[in-house]
Design a binder for this molecule. Structure first.
Ligand code: NAD
Length: 489
């Protein structure tokens, strides 16, 4: 791997090569990797297509039959743990690369992205060694038991918002279950995936088990993975519309699919909740990672009795958030990921104005940042339920706030969407908390908290927010094939 100095931040950016069959390799074509916080070129990224994907898939197929097949559970668990250890040893370097690629605050990258990436490996290393299997005794007639084997070659297509965290959330269980992988990071955030390939090799993953091909989606590496006949399963995290395209591409070869897609998550605040906690957590659920987290609560509904107080305090707290250079201590909101995404988010702010919305704070660039794709955290009120900013995923530091009178009314509004990923409910009324949670159409529901995760729990979306669940046993459901064996007694 080639590295080069970025004197400004005194860190090394990575020129991103493919990693195929244990070697870093180049392509004929390359594209530039841009730092969204400075608009400077960080380095180059190889642009893979059918040829590189085919080489990676063939390497992954061969590796399925090699030493990876016979390695013991204990040995595989040890390798996963070693990957986690090396990520932990290199936490600062990886966090720098993640912040450079995404524009997110470095401090957040350390605490959330990279430490969690290591934990993904620790978690599945442990899980692997404690798993059992299903067995049923049918009277005195028969014994049935299930055996678990790998699915085969798994294609992994990843988004740019939490690049290493989400890639490792797939790779760790994929390896734990004995599969081989062809990974494609998002074109805007290729660096930490490239280092991860190196880390896997160092940790003792046999050549060909983990492969990485850089490139774009349509007519590029992404599409080549989803169309390849020797890819057995595709796990994809990204936009709902991309999920539709991937499903079509995977249909002719009937690949197993796992989809984690977009969201438009409601944050429902009842008047009896603890306002200090609500403000503190709602700041995070609105603007953490520049609002570029699939679980962010971008539609805030507040019960009328609390609406005015909530808005005053929420606006004041939002204005206090430090927006700017991702490498400055205390920065809470960095730049969004790219020029294209900046323009998309800003266009929604214009749409909100046209739809009669009131921009109570934000809606513009921070004055002190001359370069970079920065957007001040934005709070919008006055929109109707049919407005585009309430219906469509913006995926930036923009939230809408709407008052409500009754529980039934807010449940209806919360569910009035094609999406069904996450939801947050704030109330101190225990019965109401359960009652509302059971009626909200979302895969992940938090009460009086947000983003509190336990990796054993089912993670994923309903409706057009996803297919399948990840986490603990649920990940193993996707990454393994079960065969039932019946023995007549
Ligand atoms: P995206 O769909 O544009 O891209 C994701 C990946 O898919 C990229 O690697 C891209 O190159 C690839 N891709 C694009 N078109 C493709 C095609 N036709 N065939 C194969 N690959 C293709 O998504 P994004 O903009 O990178 O990420 C943001 C989206 O991801 C948001 O909608 C967000 O909600 C969603 N997301 C969901 C979760 C979740 O857990 N549900 C987590 C993070 C992000």
């Amino acid at each position: 791997m080639q590295v080069k100095e970025i004197p400004k931040n005194r860190v090394e950016a990575v020129d991103c090569l493919h990693f195929i069959d244990g070697n870093f390799v180049a392509s004929d074509k390359k594209f530039s990797n841009i730092n969204p916080a400075t608009e400077e070129v960080l380095g180059t990224v190889e642009e893979g297509g059918k040829k590189e994907v085919d080489a990676a898939v063939q390497a992954a197929r061969r590796a399925l039959k090699g030493e990876w097949k016979t390695i013991t559970t204990q040995e595989r668990s040890k390798i996963l743990r070693r990957i986690g250890d090396i990520i932990t040893e290199r936490v600062e370097e990886l966090a720098v690369l993640e912040a450079l690629d995404t524009g997110k605050p470095y401090e957040m990258a350390v605490e959330m992205d990279i430490k969690r990436a290591a934990y993904n490996f620790y978690f599945f290393a442990d899980y692997l060694t404690s798993m059992g299997t299903e067995a049923y005794q049918q009277d005195q007639q028969a014994l049935h038991y299930a055996i678990r084997r790998p699915v085969g070659v798994v294609g992994m297509i990843n988004p740019w918002n939490l690049p290493l965290l989400l890639l490792t959330w797939k790779l760790a269980p994929c390896l734990a279950a004995g599969n081989t992988a062809v990974m494609k990071p998002a074109e805007w955030t290729p660096m930490t995936a490239t280092v991860l390939a190196e880390i896997c090799k160092e940790a003792g993953v046999p050549d060909g088990v983990v492969n990485l091909v850089h490139g774009f989606g349509v007519d590029s590496a992404g599409a080549a993975i989803t169309e390849h006949p020797d890819v057995d399963a595709v796990t994809f995290t990204g936009e709902t519309t991309t999920g539709t395209a991937i499903m079509k591409a995977a249909a002719p070869t009937l690949k197993k699919l796992s989809f984690e897609l977009g969201g438009k998550n409601p944050n429902i605040i009842f008047a009896d909740s603890d306002v200090d906690e609500v403000i503190e957590t709602t700041l995070k659920s609105s603007f953490m990672n520049q609002g570029e987290v699939c679980l962010c609560g971008s539609r805030i509904y507040v019960e009328e009795g609390l609406y005015d107080e909530f808005l005053d305090r929420f606006i004041e707290a939002t204005k206090q958030l430090k927006v700017g250079d991702p490498f400055e201590t205390g920065t809470k909101v960095g730049s969004v990921v790219s020029k294209e995404h900046y323009e998309k988010v800003m266009s929604y702010i214009e749409i909100a104005k046209e739809e009669g919305g009131n921009i109570l704070t934000g809606g513009n660039r921070p004055e002190h940042m001359e370069k970079g794709y920065y957007i001040n955290p934005t709070i919008i009120t006055g929109l109707t339920k049919d407005s585009r900013c309430i219906r469509e995923e913006i995926f930036g530091p923009v939230v809408t706030v709407v008052p409500f009178k009754k529980e039934e009314e807010v449940i209806e509004q919360a569910n009035d969407t094609h999406y069904g990923l996450g939801a947050t409910i704030w109330t101190n009324d225990l019965r109401r908390a359960h009652r509302v949670a059971q009626q909200i159409e979302a895969g992940i529901i938090w009460v009086n908290t947000w983003y509190l995760r336990d990796l054993r729990t089912p993670f994923g979306g309903m409706k057009q927010s996803g297919i399948g669940r990840e986490g603990g046993a649920h990940s193993f459901e996707f990454y393994s094939e079960l065969s039932n064996v019946t023995i007549k007694m």
